[in-house]
Ligand binder design. Structure first.
Ligand code: 5GP
Length: 191
C-alpha cells in the first residue's frame, strides 16, 4: 500500500536489533486518517471472506483493529496478556514470546467471545518472527473458530514468517512488506 510505504519512508526509524519504529503514526501517536485508509484496504482485500469478528493482541494491535472493524461492521476481540492468577476454565490460553521484550506471556481470550460460529480476521501491526500470530491461531483453533485471513500493517519480510504462513495456505495480506533495513544508513527497502 503506497500510502503506508511512503509514510514509513518519511517517518519510520530503523533501530538496532531489526526494529522499525513507527511511533509517530502507528505505535504511539496514531494517524487516524492513515488508519482509516488501511482499514479500507483490508476490507477491499478480504471483502469476500465472510469475516464476522476481528481478533488482535494487546496492546499495539487494538487501535488498527478497531478502525478496520468499522469497515467490516464487526466486533473486535483482543487477546490479553495475563498474569497466571487470572487463568481458569473460562478462558482459552496460549503462550506468546514477545519479539520486542523477549519474555513469554500467557495470552488469554474469554470463552464467551470466541466460538465455533466465528469467522476470524486477525489484525496486527507488525509481523516479525510470527510468534504473536501463532498464539492467536492457537486460540482460534481451541475455540473451534474459522481463520479467514490475516491482515498485517508492516511485515518484516526478511524475517521469513510471512512466507512460512503463506506456504501453508494461510491468506496473509500485509500492507507494507519490508525486505531490507539498514540501521547505519537508516534505509528501508520494500518488496
Ligand atoms: P512476532 O511475534 O511476529 O515476532 O512479533 C510481532 C509483534 O512484535 C508485533 O505485534 C509488534 O508489537 C512487535 N514488533 C515486532 N517487530 C517490530 C518492529 O520492528 N517494530 C515495532 N514497533 N514492533 C515490532
Amino acid at each position: 500500500m503506497e500510502l503506508l510505504e511512503k509514510r514509513i519512508l518519511e517517518d519510520g526509524e530503523v533501530y538496532p536489533g531489526d526494529i522499525l519504529k513507527v511511533s509517530g503514526f502507528l505505535n504511539h501517536q496514531m494517524d487516524i486518517d492513515l488508519l482509516k485508509e488501511m482499514g479500507l484496504e483490508w476490507k477491499r482485500r478480504f471483502a469476500d471472506a465472510g469475516v464476522n469478528k476481528i481478533l488482535t493482541i494487546e496492546a499495539s494491535g487494538i487501535g488498527i483493529a478497531c478502525i478496520a472493524a468499522l469497515e467490516f461492521g464487526c466486533p473486535v476481540v483482543f487477546a490479553k496478556k495475563s498474569k497466571s492468577l487470572n487463568l481458569g476454565k473460562d478462558v482459552y490460553c496460549t503462550k506468546v514470546e514477545s519479539f520486542t521484550h523477549k519474555n513469554v506471556s500467557d495470552v488469554i481470550v474469554d470463552r464467551r467471545y470466541l466460538g465455533p460460529e466465528d469467522r476470524i480476521l486477525i489484525i496486527d501491526d507488525f509481523l516479525a518472527n510470527g510468534k504473536a500470530l501463532e498464539g492467536l491461531m492457537d486460540l482460534i483453533h481451541q475455540a473451534g473458530a474459522t481463520l479467514c485471513g490475516i491482515g498485517i500493517a508492516i511485515e518484516k519480510g526478511f524475517q521469513g514468517a510471512g512466507d512460512r504462513f503463506r506456504a501453508k495456505g494461510i491468506r496473509l495480506e500485509s500492507l507494507a512488506i519490508v525486505d531490507k533495513m539498514d540501521g547505519e544508513k537508516g534505509t528501508v527497502t520494500f518488496r
